[in-house]
Design a protein around this ligand. Structure first.
Ligand SMILES: [Mn+2]
Length: 248
């Protein structure tokens, strides 16, 4: 059987020991303004066994290392149906959520535009971030895109991604926390549902346009980029250059 052959090939605990030793060597070399972010993924590089398959394994290593080691949640690195917002809440509670790698997925690590496949999941995640202090001033959480734009143009794809995140955050902060708490304490499922849906169904695009204008930036980023001519300019500038790729 495949599983037994892998068990014979290497020892699971020994592998964890070697990983811990290696991480500790790097950790001791961190500067005052540096930290270590440990990501997990449940099926890479292998299926039966991989060294950091889940948030728990990542957290165990981070806790052994010290406070400068924190977990990265890549939204595409879970089994289908995983309650990612639960993981996010738990890591924030333990003060060990270091970063998000945002993307969206249907099947595996699809690396689609964040919020494309399941914007409601993104909203639920942002709600947990909000109520667990992840948006506080001085938050240790880095918000990063980790996507692969295969069909859509990369720059507008990233602009769209950021807008999707902004919309999910705006909806999350609109959740009436007092009403939600009241519903939860009363065990009123339908009232709690209504509070969340009221926020989720709010069209926040106008608010975000105003917010961008207040910051002196174009309220319509997609249109602004299209009108800028930047894509044509860089395409013309780079004729005859070396094509970027995966390094193959
Ligand atoms: Mn990632």
């Amino acid at each position: 059987m495949l599983t037994t052959s892998i068990c014979r090939q290497d020892n699971i605990s020994d592998r964890q020991d070697r990983l811990a030793e290696s991480l500790a060597k790097v950790y001791t070399r961190l500067g005052d303004n540096q930290r270590m972010l440990l990501e997990y993924k449940f099926f890479e590089p292998a299926f039966y066994h991989t060294d950091v398959p889940d948030w728990g394994t990542s957290l165990l290593h981070c806790m052994a290392l010290g406070p400068k080691a924190m977990v990265v949640v890549d939204t595409g690195h879970h089994a289908p149906g995983t309650n990612i917002e639960f993981i996010v809440a738990g890591l924030l509670r333990a003060k060990r959520l270091g970063a998000f790698d945002f993307n969206s997925r249907f099947y595996a690590d699809d690396d689609l535009i964040v919020g494309a496949a399941d914007p409601f999941q993104l909203f639920r995640i942002m709600h947990e971030v909000n109520i667990n202090g992840g948006f506080d001033v001085g938050t240790p959480v880095s918000y990063v895109l980790d996507q692969c734009h295969n069909i859509e143009a990369k720059i507008p794809g990233q602009i769209r991604s950021i807008m999707n995140v902004q919309e999910a955050v705006a909806k999350a902060v609109l959740v009436d926390q007092d009403a939600l708490k009241k519903a939860q304490l009363a065990g009123d499922v339908l009232a709690g549902h209504e509070v969340l849906m009221d926020a989720y169904n709010t069209d926040v695009r106008g608010l975000l346009r105003e917010w961008r204008s207040d910051k002196g930036i174009d309220p319509e980023p997609m249109k602004a980029y299209a009108a800028s001519g930047y894509a044509k300019k860089i395409a013309a500038d780079r004729v005859g250059g070396n094509q970027a790729g995966w390094g193959a």
